[in-house]
Design a protein around this ligand. Structure first.
Ligand code: SF4
Length: 221
């Protein structure tokens, strides 16, 4: 019986025969040349449908197993981490790059976070979101780690998820003034998670340890 093929980023589809694959497109930000390349490869291999995913990717649907290697070779892109126990996605809103409501540069910070953490192996899957203002278009309060821009800086939320047992994230800290402060905090959260001994999603791991203990350990006080 066929299964997902992790090393090829290939997710078995409902027909139990074909696969979906999705190149990594950090923040969902791309250009026309990349889009043309994806379309050309899709045409070359008879891919009939492309799906814009909730993780800001473009998935090629209904790919034949025999074509997977050739498609990745032609795409010359890394697979998006759509499966496995790792940082699956870093969702980024347009922020001050484009959005008139933005108060923080979510694209600059989000791309740094994506470069550091996308696909990093962890005890369980993890999703992140970075929003440039409190309207939260990157849905930061249902992410394992969510970063929200405010007029004073950045807020960091932890432990959210939008799965079968949805959980709103807890506010961990407010008013971080710089990207470096956010990156340092995320580094401590990831380190804490790796050493927690838990194989649950971050929110449940924090619940097990106790939120106040977690907060003291990652904020240092
Ligand atoms: S979260 Fe705010 S900055 Fe980001 S797209 Fe939405 S309104 Fe714009």
């Amino acid at each position: 019986m066929k299964k997902d093929i992790l090393e090829k980023g290939a997710i078995l589809q409902r027909d139990r025969e074909t696969y979906a694959i999705a190149p990594h497109i950090p923040g969902g930000i791309t250009d026309t040349a990349t889009l043309r390349k994806i379309c050309d490869v899709a045409d070359r291999y008879g891919v009939k449908e492309l799906k814009l995913t909730s993780a800001q990717r473009i998935a090629l649907m209904g790919v034949k197993e025999d074509d997977l290697d050739a498609i990745w070779r032609d795409l010359q892109e890394k697979p998006g981490a759509a499966i496995g126990l790792c940082v699956r996605s870093v969702k980024i809103c347009p922020g001050t790059t484009w959005c008139k409501r933005a108060v923080q540069d979510s694209v600059a910070l989000g791309l740094k976070i994506d470069a550091l953490y996308h696909a990093m192996e962890l005890p369980n899957k993890m999703k992140m979101g970075i929003s440039g203002c409190m309207l939260s278009c990157a849905e930061v309060t249902v992410k394992d780690i969510g970063v929200m821009g405010t007029p004073k800086g950045w807020r960091v939320y932890v432990g959210g998820n939008a799965g079968a047992r949805p959980q709103l994230a807890e506010l961990l800290t407010d008013g971080l003034a710089t990207d470096d402060e956010v990156l340092a905090l995320i580094d401590r959260i990831i380190g804490w998670y790796r050493n927690s001994g838990s194989e649950l999603r971050l929110g449940k791991a924090i619940e097990q340890a106790g939120f106040e203990r977690f907060r003291a350990e990652v904020l240092g006080g």
